[in-house]
Design a protein around this ligand. Structure first.
Ligand code: ADP
Length: 618
């Protein structure tokens, strides 16, 4: 017992030290990997999360018009800019349509247009309610609208990608709010359409000179349809479509202006998504003021540590297969959590780092696990070798003792019986000698049981079947126990059906019947009766030992066939016993491929029924 405890404590200590050292190593390694540049992996996963389940939810107040390849046929097909007549034509068309805002997202500068064209623009713009001029990404900061158009607000427009970490892959993810404290055209329009916009500036991200947020996509490319300026000017698009709307106008030339197109989280295909459409997503993000923010770096780091610690410790305790299932589940939970945070409150986690932390910690644990398993196994091996040696020693000891005890006990018992029968024995010595006979009888039964047990445990109980009528074996056993029964005035009744002989091990069945009968006599009150009955049941013969003793409580009934088990009431009582009798009964009956059944009611009595198959019957 003591050594068991020691082994347990050693195991616990070893376990704890593995958990602690694996956790510490995990911490150190995750601390190191967190320093690596995770932006690309994080962006890639975030883009993947956008691609999954983004519902189409465009703002119907926004309309897009583009000078595209179809429009260019009127002018020169190689023109990089929107030709002047196209701009003034669109402005005149929109006067009738009465839009809410008109924004030109293409630089209108004096080195692109002649003074006459610029004057034409002004004349046309004067009839529109709100006109905003944006300069595109080529324009230098500080650039101003050319003289004839000074009256119109002139703002930075497209700066949705750069070569920095969050957009090194040229994917448009951000929308600018300010650059060098100068509001972008998007925040100006957002302010008009949602006056509450931008009140809480702390929720936007500062990035160098820029104040920015991340676009919340309203759907994949194609969510915002773009009308070609040629179709608009040819009267193919009704003016009423633009009434009261915010109209974004830009240039989109597939061949010459590849930069008018950009990658989006949904599509990395060249020229698949237009900058004009991406601008609409950015503008609507600001109007709805539901841009996406990166979670604080510290939170991402803490999450990585938590994921690592959880993985390391669980994988260390789980089976390899469950460990793998756990890892897959954890990656699923990380992905689902990231999805909900992105699509819900608009929080972007460093999911790449988190997934890697889980996977890396999992593989980090494997060598630890191997060492731990190896040590544990060698502990168990040591323990079981030690236990089997002990078991062997115990068996040898018991068998030696029993053999050596058997003869002297039989001699004492025999001599005491002779003395008891001698009429010359003085009267006052009779109870003393009687007690010796009784005690030695118990002792010899005990020795017999222990001997049987040692034989059973060393699997040395071969079945030696002979053909015999079980009724005659019962009679022999009853004859042996008559004196025992007579001492308590217990009557043994036999209700034996005539039976065919069949093959069984007579010695073992005698032990079975003797044990059951002894128990019945032992536990029954004086002046009661015990019935032994046999019955031919076709495939098998049943032998019942029925008494009207104290019965066996339900809680005991399940355990009485266990080795050394004694009923709760018997443990305290004066009735002696080893707790081996029923264990041996069951063992011997099962050796015959038979069954022992028990029916008992507390206070009324017990009946044990032994069923023996009669396949070998003659
Ligand atoms: P022992 O009789 O030496 O205690 P057994 O294995 O023969 O061990 O029996 C186990 C327990 O089953 C007994 O301690 C007793 O509680 C219960 N038991 C067995 N036979 C009877 C019976 N005929 N009547 C009541 N209880 C019994």
């Amino acid at each position: 017992m003591g050594s068991d405890k020691n082994i347990q404590t050693t195991n616990l200590r070893a376990r704890l030290s593995y958990h602690v050292s694996a956790t510490l190593l995990g911490f150190a390694v995750i601390g190191l990997i967190a320093l690596m540049p995770w932006d690309s992996a994080n962006s890639w996963i975030t883009d993947l999360l956008w691609r999954i389940g983004t519902p189409k939810n465009p703002d119907t107040e926004i309309r897009l018009i583009a000078f595209d390849d179809a429009s260019a046929y009127r002018y020169t097909p190689i023109s990089e800019i929107i030709p002047g007549p196209e701009i003034s034509g669109l402005a005149k068309f929109l006067v009738d349509a009465q839009p809410r805002n008109v924004a030109f997202l293409t630089s209108i500068s004096s080195n692109r247009y002649t003074p006459e064209e610029l004057t034409d623009f002004r004349v046309a713009f004067q009839k529109l309610p709100h006109v905003y001029l944006g300069y595109d990404e080529d324009a230098l900061l500080g650039q101003r609208a050319p003289e004839p158009l000074r009256a119109y607000p002139y703002f930075p427009a497209f700066i949705s990608r750069d070569s920095q970490s969050y957009a090194a892959d040229a994917v448009s993810r951000r929308v600018m709010i300010e650059i060098d404290s100068l509001p972008s055209i998007f925040s100006i329009i957002a302010n008009d359409m949602n006056p509450g916009f931008g009140a809480d500036r702390s929720k936007y991200e500062k990035n160098g000179a820029a104040l920015q947020t991340y676009i919340r996509w309203q759907g994949p490319p194609g969510t915002y349809p773009i009308s070609s300026s040629r179709r608009v000017l040819d009267g193919d698009v009704p003016a009423s479509e633009f009434k009261g709307k915010t109209v974004l106008i830009g240039s989109l030339r597939h061949m010459e202006r590849a930069r008018d197109f950009t990658f989006t989280p949904f599509d990395r295909n060249d020229v698949a998504a237009s900058s004009l459409e991406v601008a609409a997503h950015g503008l609507v993000t600001l109007i709805r003021d539901n841009g996406v923010q990166h979670a604080p770096a510290l939170l991402d780091l803490l999450l990585a540590f938590a994921i690592g610690t959880l993985t390391v410790n669980l994988v260390l305790s789980l089976s390899p297969a469950s460990g793998m299932v756990f890892l897959i589940g954890l990656v699923g939970v990380i992905a689902c959590g990231a999805w909900f945070l992105l699509h819900g409150p608009g929080i972007c986690l460093a999911t790449g780092l988190h997934v890697f932390s889980a996977v890396f910690s999992y593989y980090l644990v494997i060598p630890f696990r191997l060492v731990y398993e190896y040590r544990r196994r060698s502990h168990y091996q040591e323990k079981s070798e030690w236990m089997s040696q002990l078991e062997e020693l115990k068996s040898n000891f018991l068998s030696l003792i029993s053999h050596d005890l058997k003869t002297p006990v039989a001699t004492i018992q025999g001599n005491a019986e002779i003395a008891l029968r001698d009429s010359a024995l003085p009267q006052h010595l009779r109870p003393v000698i009687g007690a010796i006979v009784q005690t030695t009888e118990h002792l010899s039964q005990y020795v017999e049981s222990v001997l049987d047990l040692t034989r059973v445990e060393s699997a040395q109980v071969p079945l030696q079947k002979t053909t015999k009528d079980i009724n005659s074996t019962i009679r022999e056993v009853v004859d042996e126990k008559r004196i025992l029964a007579a001492e308590k005035n217990i009557e043994i009744q036999l209700q034996l059906e005539p039976l065919f002989s069949f093959k069984y091990d007579v010695r073992l069945m005698k032990r079975v019947l003797a044990n059951l009968l002894e128990n019945a006599i032992k536990y029954c009150p004086p002046h009661s009766h015990v019935i032994l009955a046999t019955k031919d049941e076709g495939e098998f013969v049943s032998v019942s030992v029925i008494d009207n003793g104290p019965g066996i409580a339900a809680a005991d009934r399940e355990k009485i066939f266990e080795k050394f088990y004694r009923g709760a009431a018997q443990k305290e009582s004066a009735i002696k016993g080893s707790g081996l009798g029923l264990y041996l009964v069951k063992y011997f009956v099962e050796l015959h491929k038979g069954l022992v059944k028990i029916q008992s009611e507390v206070g009324k009595g017990t009946s044990f029924v032994v069923q023996l198959p009669v396949h070998g019957a003659i």
